[in-house]
Design a protein around this ligand. Structure first.
Ligand SMILES: Cc1ncc(C[n+]2csc(CCOP(=O)(O)OP(=O)(O)O)c2C)c(N)n1
Ligand SMILES: [Mg+2]
Length: 577
C-alpha cells in the first residue's frame, strides 16, 4: 500500500510519481471511452467532478440526481455504452436509484457511481454523515452492484461494471465509491498498469442454427403473420438487417413505442394504425426485442383474440422465453446476430404472406388513418389533443432527425399514435414502467449524446417531475424545445372536490403559464393558444436551436382518465362517496 511504500523509501531515493483514486477513476473512464458524466456534486465527489471536467470529460451538473440518472439511462440506450451518473451518498444515491432501476427494467446500460461514507462507521451504524449501506440497497434494484475499496482495484471495478451493464441483456449497475478511495495514493506506473480496457464488452451471441430454422419454419407456416419490433430491436443498432428482414418477409410489422421509426411508420408494411386487428387476428407472431409484458397484454386475453397463436421470440435473455405464454420458436441471441442469421437462412425465394391477410391489414390501417385525418387538422382554441398533435406530426415529418421525448397520459398515448417517426431511436419515452419524470433528463441526455435538436412533448403533470432542469437546459444552451400540453391537470383539469375547500387531487392552478418559468433562466417562453400559434412557435424554436418552452393551452376537458390505460384502475364496488 502507498503509506507503507512511503515509509520504506530511503531518504535519498528519487521522488516517485504518484497517482490516486481521483485520477485512476478518471483514467479508467477515459480508457473505456466513457467521456460524459451526468450528476450532482457534493461530498465526497465534488473534487472528482472538477478534476474529471478539467481532464476533458464532459461533466453535466443537474438540479436533481433522478434527472441526471435518466439522462445517463437514455445515453445508454442511444449509444450502447453505459451512461454514467455520479451522485453523493445516501440521499443523492437514493435520488439516482430510481433511474438505475428504470434503466434495468428497460434494459438500458447505465452505471450509477455514488460516493459513500466510511465503511467502518456505516457498518457499525454509528451515525456517519449521510450514512447508508448503499451497496445492499442497490443490489436488488439493478443488474449488478460492486464496491471498490482500494485504489488499485478501480480499473477492475469499472471493468466489471461496464461488462455487467452492456453484456447479455443490458441493465443498470451500481458502483459504490467510499470517500476514502478517492484520496488513496499509489505508484503512478502501478496504477496505470492496474487499469483495464474492456475488450469486446458486449460479445455477439450467435443463435443456434436449429433455433433459426425452427423460427423460419413457424413463420413460413403462417397464414396471418405479424412481426412486433420492441425497443430491444432499436437498441441493437442493427437497423439495416432488421429492415431487410422485415421487407424480405413481407410480414406486417407493429412497432412498440420506442421502436417506432426503425422502419418508418409510413412504411407500406407498418400495421401501427391497425394494432387491434393484427393482435387479434394474427396466427403467428414474431417478437424481435419485444417482451410479452403488460404493454402487450401478456400475450393473452381479449386483445389477442380466440384463434390459436404461435409465438416466435428473438431475445438475448433466455429467461424471457415462456415468461407469459408458450414460445413455439425461441431464438436466443443478440438481435443483430439473430436477424442476420434469419436473413441468411431465408434463402432467395421467401414466399410472401397470403394476399388476403395483407389486404385485411392495409385496409384496416388506411381506414383508421382516414378516420383520424380530419381531427388532426382542426384549429380549435383552446386546443384539443388532436389539433395540437396534428401540428407536431407535420413538424416531425419535416424534421425527421429531431429526437422526440414524450411523457404524460393523454399527451403520451395520443402523441404515440399520431406522430409518425421516420428514423430509428428518435422516439424516447416513459418505457416499461410508464414512469413520469424522464422528460428533461432524456431531453438533456439526447441532446448531449446525439447533438440533434430535441422536441419534448410533455403533459403538464409529467413536466413537473423534472421541470427544474430547464435551468440546466439553458445553462448548457441545449437545442431543446419543450412543449407543455397544459390542460390544468393530471388527465383532465376539470375534477372537483365535492367534500371541501382543497382542490381535487388531479387539478393544478388553472391557466398556469409554464412559459414564464424558462424566462427566469434566459430561455424563450411562448404561450400558444391555437394550433397555428403552436406551429409557428415550435418551428421557430427548432430553427434557432435555442432553449424554448411553449405553454400549449389545451382544453381542460379534452383528456380521459389515465389516457388509454384507464382500464387498469381498480374500481370500488361500494357506492361512490
Ligand atoms: C413516477 C410516477 N408517478 C405517478 C404516475 C401516475 N401518472 C400517470 S400519468 C400521470 C400524469 C398525467 O398527466 P399529464 O402529464 O398532465 O398528462 P395528460 O393526461 O393531462 O395529458 C401521472 C401522475 C406515474 N406514471 N409515474
Ligand atoms: Mg395534463
Amino acid at each position: 500500500m502507498a503509506d507503507a511504500a512511503a515509509k520504506e523509501k530511503p531518504a535519498d531515493a528519487p521522488e516517485r510519481e504518484l497517482t490516486d483514486g481521483f485520477h485512476l477513476l478518471i483514467d479508467a473512464l477515459k480508457l473505456n471511452g466513457l467521456t460524459t458524466i451526468y450528476g450532482v456534486p457534493g461530498i465526497p465527489i465534488t473534487d472528482f467532478g472538477r478534476m474529471a471536467q478539467a481532464s476533458g470529460i464532459r461533466v453535466l451538473s443537474f438540479r436533481h440526481e433522478q434527472n441526471a440518472g435518466y439522462a445517463a439511462a437514455i445515453a445508454g440506450f442511444l449509444t450502447k455504452k453505459p451512461g454514467v451518473c455520479l451522485t453523493v451518498s445516501a440521499p443523492g444515491f437514493l435520488n439516482g436509484l430510481t433511474a438505475l432501476a428504470h434503466a434495468t427494467t428497460n434494459c438500458f446500460p447505465m452505471i450509477l457511481m455514488s460516493g459513500s461514507s466510511e465503511r467502518e462507521v456505516v457498518d457499525l451504524q454509528q451515525g456517519d454523515y449521510e450514512e447508508m449501506d448503499q451497496l445492499a440497497i442497490a443490489k436488488p434494484l439493478c443488474k449488478a452492484a460492486f464496491r471498490v475499496l482500494h485504489a488499485q482495484d478501480i480499473g477492475i471495478g469499472l471493468a466489471r461494471a461496464i461488462r455487467a451493464a452492456v453484456s447479455g441483456r443490458p441493465g443498470g449497475v451500481y458502483l459504490d465509491l467510499p470517500a476514502k478511495l478517492f484520496g488513496q495514493v499509489m505508484d503512478a506506473a502501478a496504477g496505470q498498469k492496474s487499469l483495464v480496457k474492456v475488450i469486446d464488452p458486449a460479445p455477439a451471441q450467435i443463435p443456434a442454427a436449429d433455433a433459426v430454422k425452427r423460427a423460419l419454419d413457424v413463420l413460413k407456416s403462417a397464414k396471418r403473420p405479424l412481426i412486433i419490433l420492441g425497443k430491444g430491436a432499436a437498441y441493437a443498432q442493427a437497423d439495416d438487417a432488421i429492415k431487410s428482414f422485415v421487407e424480405k418477409s413481407g410480414v406486417p410489422f407493429l412497432p412498440m413505442s420506442m421502436a417506432k421509426g426503425l422502419l418508418p411508420d409510413t412504411h407500406p408494411q407498418c400495421a401501427g394504425a391497425a394494432r387491434s386487428t393484427v393482435l387479434k387476428d394474427s396466427d403467428v407472431v414474431m417478437m424481435i426485442g419485444a417482451r410479452l409484458n403488460w404493454l402487450l397484454s401478456h400475450g393473452k386475453g381479449k386483445a389477442w383474440g380466440d384463434a390459436p397463436k404461435k409465438f416466435i421470440q428473438i431475445d438475448i435473455e433466455p429467461k424471457e422465453m415462456d415468461s407469459n405464454v408458450e414460445i413455439a420458436a425461441p431464438v436466443v441471441g443478440d438481435i443483430g446476430s439473430a436477424v442476420s442469421a434469419l436473413l441468411a437462412a431465408m434463402g432467395g425465394n421467401w414466399p410472401a404472406p397470403p394476399a388476403d391477410w395483407l389486404k385485411t391489414v392495409t385496409s384496416k390501417r388506411d381506414e383508421n388513418v382516414a378516420k383520424m385525418a380530419p381531427r388532426l387538422m382542426n384549429n380549435n382554441s383552446p386546443m384539443d389533443y388532436h389539433g395540437a398533435l396534428g401540428v407536431l406530426r407535420t413538424i416531425v415529418k419535416e424534421r425527421p432527425d429531431a429526437i422526440l421525448v414524450n411523457e404524460g397520459a393523454n399527451t403520451l398515448d395520443l402523441a404515440r399514435g399520431i406522430i409518425d417517426m421516420y428514423q430509428p431511436r428518435k422516439r424516447i419515452d416513459v418505457g416499461t414502467w410508464g414512469v413520469m419524470g424522464i422528460g428533461m433528463g432524456y431531453a438533456i441526455g439526447a441532446a448531449i449524446e446525439t447533438g440533434k435538436p430535441v422536441l419534448a412533448v410533455e403533459g403538464d403533470s409529467a413536466f413537473g417531475f423534472s421541470g427544474m432542469e430547464i435551468e440546466t437546459i439553458c445553462r448548457y444552451q441545449l437545442p431543446v424545445c419543450v412543449v407543455i400540453f397544459n390542460n390544468d391537470g393530471i388527465y383532465r383539469g376539470t375534477d372537483v372536490n365535492s367534500a371541501g375547500a382543497d382542490p381535487a387531487t388531479t387539478v393544478f392552478v388553472k391557466g398556469s403559464r409554464y412559459d414564464k418559468m424558462i424566462e427566469a433562466f434566459g430561455g424563450t417562453g411562448i404561450n400558444a393558444t391555437s394550433p397555428d400559434e403552436l406551429k409557428r412557435a415550435v418551428n421557430a424554436a427548432m430553427d434557432c436551436g435555442k432553449p424554448t418552452l411553449i405553454n400549449a393551452v389545451i382544453d381542460p376537458g379534452a383528456g380521459s382518465e389515465s389516457g388509454r390505460i384507464g382500464n387498469l384502475n381498480p374500481q370500488s364496488v361500494l357506492k361512490k362517496k
